[in-house]
Ligand binder design. Structure first.
Ligand code: NDP
Length: 321
């Protein structure tokens, strides 16, 4: 069975940044890409808020750059999905990971960078306009809708936050809430209510995203009266929650009720020695490429420190005996 110092799971900004740092520290990292190599940014178009790209860059291109940078220092990037994780509780012991349900590899340190997936409604038309008017991140894509009207779906804190953010850029923001009330905290709800260019439609669901090459309107239905209507809009923002991709660690790593991995405050350490959680798998607040990259860096530095401390312990135990 292959033995590695450091295995990184996931290839978003967190995974590749962890790989760059781990490779430069000579940990010879092996990275497993997961089903969506490059992560969430491969489903967006222009990225304009990642420092270092004054003209912006296409999401897939940026991820390809990060991959090349990680490989330049010797990272072994492998296409594969970790389907099972058996984490060791004793410091210094190997963690066992199963790749694609058939191959097992051992890792002294594991950096989790499996990300989170935005939830979508599941409409065919929504898929068709992904990256061309349909988005699940107002901070990432809102700028492209400056001066245009948009629709936001959801009634939680994310929807309230995205709607108020978009209201600063767009003349009109319409929020669709499927219930007759908000789920968001009172303060967030009040913020929406105090923003004159946001209209909230309760008991309302999106039925279809309309348009030719780009979005032109949203067909909606009142779920009480079954009445359908169209809202002219250029953008359609989903804010109905995210799901962290952490199922394989359930029952081992400490998580919140949604599945976000809990780390020790100020670190990316988990409740297992040598296992570090980075990026959106542990962050439900910021969820940005740059913050994911930052925690990826922390994961590699902590892995390096852990391996160093363990090596020193083994060495001093050998001297004593
Ligand atoms: P939530 O799960 O809190 O809210 C999701 C919203 O989307 C609900 O209104 C839900 O409706 C609605 N929804 C879910 N599925 C569908 C669907 N298929 N069709 C229509 N509507 C749907 O997710 P959030 O992302 O808003 O928040 C996640 C966590 O992050 C929360 O704990 C939140 O407090 C926190 N957060 C905090 C922020 C802050 O403090 N600044 C900012 C953003 C998030 P229903 O109520 O009917 O289920």
């Amino acid at each position: 069975m292959e033995k590695h110092e450091c295995v990184i799971i996931g290839t978003g900004p967190a995974g590749y940044t962890a790989a760059i740092y781990a490779a430069r520290a000579d940990l010879k990292p092996v990275v497993y890409t997961g089903l969506e190599p490059g992560g969430q940014l491969t489903t967006t178009t222009d990225v304009e808020n990642f420092p270092g790209y004054p003209e912006g860059i296409m999401g897939p291109e940026m991820m390809e750059d990060l991959k090349k940078q990680a490989e330049r220092f010797g990272t072994d990037v492998r296409f594969g999905m970790i389907t099972k994780a058996e984490l060791a509780e004793i410091p210094g012991e190997y963690h066992k990971l199963t790749v694609d349900e058939n191959t097992e590899v051992l890792a002294k340190t594991v950096i989790i960078a499996t990300g989170a997936s935005a939830k979508y409604l599941g409409l065919e038309s929504e898929k068709k306009f992904m990256g061309h008017g349909v988005s699940a991140c107002a901070i990432c894509d809102g700028f492209f809708f400056k001066g245009k009207n948009v629709v936001v779906v959801g009634g939680g804190d994310s929807a309230a936050e995205e709607a108020t953010y978009l209201a600063k850029l767009c003349p009109k923001v319409t929020v669709l809430i499927r219930k007759d009330h908000w789920r968001a905290s009172q303060i967030m709800e009040n913020r929406v209510k105090n923003t004159p260019n946001i209209e909230v439609l309760y008991n309302t669901e999106a039925v279809e995203v309309l348009g030719d090459k780009t979005v032109t309107a949203i067909k909606v239905k009142n779920n009480q009266t079954e009445e359908e209507s169209e809202i002219p809009a250029d953008g359609f923002f989903l804010a109905i929650g995210h799901k962290p991709n952490t199922d394989i660690f359930k029952g081992q790593l400490e998580m919140d009720e949604v599945g976000y991995i809990q780390t020790k405050p100020g670190t990316v350490s988990t409740n297992y020695p040598g296992v570090f959680a980075t990026g959106d798998a542990q962050d439900k607040v910021y969820r940005q490429a740059i913050t994911a990259a930052g925690t990826g860096c922390m994961g590699a530095l902590e892995a390096e420190k852990y391996l160093q401390e363990y090596a020193e312990e083994v060495e001093s135990a050998q001297i004593e005996t």
